[in-house]
Design a protein. Structure first.
Length: 228
C-alpha cells in the first residue's frame, strides 16, 4: 500500500529528475537555436515553480522559497513566483522582506489586478504587525486598482472589524479567526494552472509527458483567498 510519505517522496523525485533533465537540455542546446532554448527555459521555469508550489502546500517554506527564487532568476517577470516568494517570507514572519518582494511584484506586474494583489499582500503583512495606518494605506491602493475584487473587499471588512474592536478596547481576536491571505489559495498565475492538482495528477503529468499548455486563462486558484 502506497503511503502519503511514499507519494511525497516519489513526486519530489520526479520533479527533481525533470529539473535536472531540463538543465541538461539547455546546456547542450545549440546557442543559435534561440527559440528552442527559450522554450526549454520556459518549461524549466514552470517546473521549478510547480515544485515550489508542491513544497509550499507541504508547509516546507524554506525549500519552496528556494525554488521560487530559482524561477525568478531565470525569469524576473514570473509574477506568480514573486507572489509565492513573498508569501513564504510572510509565513516565516519575515514581513519586511516579504513587503520588498511584493513591491517588486507591483513594479513588474503588467496587469492592474496583479498589482492590486501585491498591494493587498503588503496590507496583510502590516495588519499582522498591528499597524492599522499602513494596512489601510496599502489596502486603499489595492482598492483603487481592483475595487470589486473579492479578496480586497474581504480584507477591507476584516480591517474595519479589527479597527472597531481596537477602538472599543476589546481583546484582539486570534489571527486565525480573521481572513488571512494565503498564497496557495489566491495565487496570481501566469502560466501553468495549479488548482486542484493532486499527487496522482502530478505523477500522471510527468509520466505521460503531457504538452505544456500554450495559454492559460486568468484565474484564482482553489485555496488562495483568505485563511479562515
Amino acid at each position: 500500500m502506497t503511503t502519503w510519505v511514499d507519494q511525497t517522496y516519489e513526486v519530489s523525485h520526479i520533479y527533481k529528475s525533470k529539473i535536472q533533465q531540463l538543465h541538461q537540455a539547455i546546456r547542450v542546446c545549440d546557442p543559435a537555436h534561440t527559440q528552442q532554448k527559450n522554450k526549454l527555459t520556459s518549461l524549466l521555469c514552470d517546473c521549478l515553480f510547480e515544485f515550489g508550489h508542491f513544497l509550499y502546500k507541504k508547509e516546507q517554506y524554506d525549500l519552496a522559497e528556494k525554488y521560487y527564487e530559482q524561477t525568478c532568476q531565470l525569469d524576473p517577470d514570473y509574477i506568480s513566483a514573486l507572489n509565492q516568494m513573498g508569501m513564504c517570507l510572510t509565513k516565516k514572519k519575515m514581513y519586511r522582506d516579504a513587503r520588498n518582494v511584493f513591491l517588486t511584484m507591483v513594479e513588474r506586474a503588467p496587469r492592474a489586478d496583479d498589482k492590486a494583489h501585491g498591494y493587498l499582500n503588503i496590507a496583510h503583512t502590516y495588519r499582522l504587525q498591528n499597524n492599522q495606518t499602513q494596512a489601510a494605506h496599502y489596502l486603499s491602493q489595492a482598492k483603487q486598482l481592483a475595487p470589486q475584487d473579492s479578496d480586497v473587499l474581504a480584507e477591507e471588512k476584516a480591517l474595519i472589524r479589527w479597527i472597531a474592536s481596537m477602538a472599543c478596547h476589546k481583546p484582539r481576536t486570534n489571527h486565525s479567526a480573521m481572513p488571512l491571505l494565503k498564497s496557495s489559495e489566491r495565487m496570481v498565475r501566469r502560466r501553468v494552472p495549479t488548482e486542484s492538482i493532486t499527487t496522482h495528477q502530478q505523477l500522471k503529468f510527468f509520466k505521460e509527458h503531457k504538452e505544456r499548455p500554450t495559454s492559460v486563462p486568468k484565474h484564482v486558484t482553489n485555496d488562495l483567498s483568505f485563511e479562515p
